[in-house]
Design a binder for this molecule. Sequence first.
Ligand SMILES: [Zn+2]
Length: 416
Amino acid sequence: MPLDPKRTVTDLKELRELTGDENGAQRVAWTETWEQARDWLRRKLSETTTIETVDAAGNQWFTVPGQTKRAVLIGGHIDSVPNGGWLDGALNLAAGVEVLRRVAADGKPPVTLRLVNWADEEGARFGRSLFGSSAAAGSMSDQDELRQLTDREGVPLPDALAAHGVDLDKALDAQKELESAAAYLELHIEQGPVLESLGLSLGVVQGTFGVERHRITWHGQAAHAGSTPMDKRRDALAGAAKLALEIRGIARRTGGGAVCTSGGVVCHPGIVTSVVETAEQLLDQRDLSPHRLAAMLAEAKASCERFAGEENIEVNWERIWSIEPILFDDTLLGFCEEATLEVARASHRLPSGPLHDAAEVARAGVPTVMMFVQSLRGLSHTKLEDTREEHLEQSVTALDLLTRKTIDWVADGGGR
Ligand SMILES: [Zn+2]
């Protein structure tokens, strides 16, 4: 059966009809609509020789058995954020379905090919993203915290999982799914404006950014807004304000796509008649190089010390969360580049700002690569998320080419 990329676009529109409304996609993990979407995926592959299994973390696997158990994996996630887009996570699966149809119809492949629908990539209901892939990767180490999580209605996470046949205590058993994994491929919409601005349809993803996330607390002195002369003030907000502007220069000087964001400042007492006593500022810094990321953090800290001196205030740092950059596999990057060149006659390597399931799989030691397809206006996690149909079709063809190259490589002893 020849590959039919147009069918992928039709499939995606069908999924949008089935699981979306006028506000966008509603496939939030651990809900009825999510189950409907999983059932839809099951039906899409029911006419092939594919075997379906669901692992201990709720990940849905579709397997085309090959001449060896060593497997090439294609991954995606059918879950969305509330009022999400039609392509985020779903394109990967719909394109994967088309590749599996082609491979299954061609007879037994030399190595096994598996499509995985990761459970709860978005973390929209409980605030914990990459649930299924972190369980399979063995990096899920926060089960005690997960047990305490509740959704907005107060439903505990373990209960919501149990309603969908998943026992949180056994989720890490999903690790055995990756034992036979030789390579992992993930196609995804870019969710940013870079490819569109370069006039390119497809991109090769080098890896996912490392992240340093900190809470910075500035301490000054509350004082009357009327009686305190300007030169006698110890204004905590002044430190936060200076840093908010300084990080633009830090990111620009770092270059290479580095980004810094001050996503919020909370002031106390926060009234119109007082100088700010404390300002709690959030800082998020991301880069693909661990050294550059560390240097950006050091530069932000040094700037804070300087601003604290200038404003006669104090500053404290507290790390909220961090993750190291995750670089994808060199050989697979090469295959991905060949595939995008063949299909789109151009190629571009770029980092991924958002985290993806692919990062978890790569952390588990499976050679991994991601391919991005252009997002229009860089929008995602909204019903406005979109990609040109011809680009969607190109991405299916390129994923198929990448899969062919990877299967040949693994059959020749490449991969893990
Ligand atoms: Zn996604």
